[in-house]
Design a protein around this ligand. Structure first.
Ligand SMILES: [Zn+2]
Length: 268
């Protein structure tokens, strides 16, 4: 039997983060993520990049977010489902263009401003090349979304402790592959309810201490990896498997864990 329970490195679990708006507090937050070798997705408001009071400076963005993912969060942060159709298009498209010029790779991820959307917003975003989008709210679970355009994270960072502890305490659970997904805004950390950067660093440390069993990935890396798994072409009698993608995929064949490299066929 072939199964797809594994992430890169043969790890069974993935942890990911998502931070919105690109406020100036992102400088401090990125420093923390980098200290522990943990990746995050940063959803950038285009207009914030132009203001030192409200955002990361445009000239700093490429270097600051290096190694992380930069994703769409629109130019002006409107309630997209309340916008005219042409505005929905320009808010997403102009944001993509602006941040792609900075980072130099195709930007395909998004977080909805305020976490809100309707069917038309989803259809428009997909037509503009967006492949996943995060909403607000908490799934309170460690599962990946059935619909990538309605991706709900596990929890907001103020509630991270209980989910990080549960996640870490059950890493040796052999039956389920899980995804811990924490989201928030770096400007919230000084608020008492959000318990500060020190509290957040404690959570990162607990995860980093278990990096031999946790894959740290950006949102788009998870999306791409899961889709590469789904693209695997398996012989009807499971005697061989072909990976038509450029992403190495880890599988198990009769409980033996192995990597099917991009473009490779493995015969059993
Ligand atoms: Zn926002």
């Amino acid at each position: 039997m072939i199964d797809y329970k594994y992430y890169p490195g043969g790890k069974r679990h993935v942890a990911t983060f998502s931070y919105d708006d690109a406020p100036p507090e992102d400088y401090k937050l990125v420093e923390l993520f980098n200290k522990y070798g943990i990746k995050s997705t940063f959803n950038v408001i285009g207009n914030n990049l132009a203001s030192a009071d409200y955002g990361v400076m445009e000239n700093d963005a490429k270097e600051l977010y290096k190694g992380h993912e930069v994703a769409v969060h629109t130019e002006t942060h409107p309630w997209l489902e309340k916008c005219a159709p042409t505005t929905i298009v320009s808010e997403i498209l102009e944001n993509r263009k602006r941040i792609e010029k900075i980072v130099g790779y195709p930007v395909r991820g998004m977080a909805y401003p305020y976490g809100t959307y309707d069917d038309n917003v989803i259809t428009t975003a997909k037509s503009l090349g967006i492949v996943y989008s995060r909403t607000a709210g908490e799934s309170k679970s460690f599962t990946l979304p059935c619909d990538w355009m309605k991706w709900v994270g596990t929890c907001h960072h103020k509630n991270a402790q209980q989910y990080v502890d549960t996640f870490v305490d059950t890493l040796d659970n052999l039956w389920v592959s899980r995804c811990l997904y924490i989201w928030g805004h770096s400007f919230e950390f000084p608020n008492s309810a959000d318990r500060g950067f020190d509290f957040f660093e404690e959570q990162l440390k607990k995860l980093a201490d278990n990096r031999d069993r946790i894959w740290f990935a950006t949102n788009i890396e998870i999306y791409d990896y899961v889709n590469a798994q789904k693209a695997l072409q398996v012989a009807a009698d499971e005697s061989f498997v072909y990976n038509p993608t450029q992403i190495d995929v880890v599988i198990a064949k009769d409980n033996e864990v192995l990597t099917v490299k991009g473009g490779e066929t493995i015969y059993f």
